[in-house]
Design a protein around this ligand. Structure first.
Ligand code: SF4
Ligand code: SF4
Length: 198
């Protein structure tokens, strides 16, 4: 019993010593240093490991994968990103332009021929593989260094990048349908004329 009491006393002292050590160590604030710094992990050995977020924030690695962003003006709506996405979290609806010369150019000079009536990315489903950013021919879909995009509703994680209104999209669809109907009618008329000439 005497031995147990001694052991209990020693254990209590050890526990208290640990508590006191952490109590004083916690007054040392963690410095915000870059992850590539040699001291990045050494600094975790002492002091508090928390920082004064959001006043302070930790730098993120250059190759880090966080929230996606799309520069829609540079998107040619080729759908490659949606096709390669392993979890189908990119939804694109394209509308072909009726303008023969296209609807403009991207910043790298590629001619745009399709409107993006819908360009949604569901970040709640995204697995941050980065494949969409690799296949994009105009490099307009990128991983940003934004990691603290908190939302209260899950559906708010569906980011909408299309800059077309529903009315504009309906107008473009109607124009395309009209053009296609006219082409079809002209084709039929040409075929009928050919038949009559036989
Ligand atoms: S990062 Fe991967 S999972 Fe996320 S949208 Fe791009 S391809 Fe899909
Ligand atoms: S791969 Fe790039 S250009 Fe093609 S639809 Fe996706 S974001 Fe737009």
């Amino acid at each position: 019993m005497f031995k147990r009491a001694i052991n209990g006393f020693i254990t209590t002292c050890k526990g208290l010593a640990l508590t006191v050590r952490h109590l004083f160590a916690s007054t040392e604030k963690r410095e915000v240093i870059h992850v590539s710094d040699d001291n990045y992990f050494k600094q975790l050995d002492h002091g508090t490991n928390t920082i004064q977020y959001p006043k302070q924030s930790l730098p993120v690695p250059e190759v880090g994968r966080y929230q996606l962003d799309v520069e829609i003006d540079d998107c040619i709506v080729c759908d490659l990103c949606a096709k390669i996405c392993p979890v189908d979290c990119i939804t694109i609806e394209s509308i072909k332009s009726t303008e023969p010369g296209g609807i403009g150019q991207t910043s790298d000079g590629t001619t745009k021929r399709l409107y993006a009536a819908q360009f949604d990315i569901d970040m709640a489903k995204c697995m941050y593989c980065g494949l969409c950013t690799i296949v994009c021919p105009t490099e307009c879909i990128i991983m940003t260094n934004t990691y603290d995009k908190t939302v209260f509703e899950l559906n708010h994680l569906v980011y909408e990048f299309s800059d077309m209104s529903a009315e504009e999209a309906a107008e473009k669809r109607a124009l395309l349908e009209k053009q296609q109907a006219e082409k079809q009618a002209a084709k039929l008329a040409a075929m009928n004329k050919k038949e009559e000439g036989k």
